[in-house]
Design a protein around this ligand. Structure first.
Ligand SMILES: *[C@@H]1O[C@H](CO)[C@@H](O)[C@H](O)[C@H]1NC(C)=O
Length: 202
């Protein structure tokens, strides 16, 4: 009786251990799958290329998801970077337009935000033109298109500085100013990354 109870118990134990092992292995495979870079070569290429930008961490964080598309192609890398910069500029513009609708804004604050909206519109415009020109890089006008893109993306940078200038020395709601600054700083960094990666296309 006693021995059969023990054997039943140990049988039960081994089942539990087996089940635990199976779960553990499944979880391990799952985790390995999840953290495996989508494309090893693309991932290394992105890491190395991001190393030449002024913001390697933000660069890698923003672009590693595109490893499969990018592979080791500098044009695809620059294009993905430009596309992320444009997306960010568009959402910044959107956020600013929402801020403008806040009822408790003072006229000075509204004025400063409106200036930002104008400069962001210009940035979005420059970045959209650049995205379109990226498509023509395969064609015979490579040099001219590259030079246009470099000019337009550079122009998207100082525009953002101009936006923050509007907030200098004015009685501005601290939250509004901080929110805009956070977006603008990220936008400047993304633009700088895109420009550095564009400059590496040959
Ligand atoms: C650049 O990326 C965008 C967005 O992912 C894509 O629609 C476009 O086709 C790409 N352009 C080139 C030249 O690969």
């Amino acid at each position: 009786m006693a021995s059969s109870a023990v054997s039943k118990q140990s049988h039960c134990h081994s089942l539990v251990i087996l089940a635990a092992l199976a779960l553990f292995c499944a979880a391990k495979i799952c985790l390995a799958e999840k953290f495996k870079p989508q494309s090893e070569s693309g991932d290394d290429f992105i890491k190395t290329s991001c190393g030449v930008t002024r913001y390697p961490d933000l660069c890698y964080k923003t672009l590693s998801a595109y490893a499969d598309t990018i592979q080791d192609n500098p044009t695809q890398l620059a294009n993905a970077s430009l596309s992320e910069t444009l997306k960010n500029a568009e959402s910044t513009l959107n956020m600013m337009q929402k801020l403008l609708q806040m009822r408790e804004l003072r006229p000075r604050e509204a004025g400063a935000i409106k200036d930002c909206v104008e400069t962001m519109k210009e940035s979005v415009d420059e970045l959209q033109k650049s995205m379109l020109a990226m498509r023509d890089l395969e064609g015979p006008d490579f040099r001219m298109e590259m030079s246009n893109i470099q000019t337009w993306v550079s122009a998207a940078l100082p525009d953002e500085d101009t936006c923050m200038d509007g907030f200098q020395g004015k009685a501005i709601n601290g939250n509004v100013k901080d929110t805009i600054r956070i977006y603008i700083v990220k936008g400047s960094q993304l633009t700088s990354i895109a420009l550095a990666l564009i400059n590496r296309i040959q």
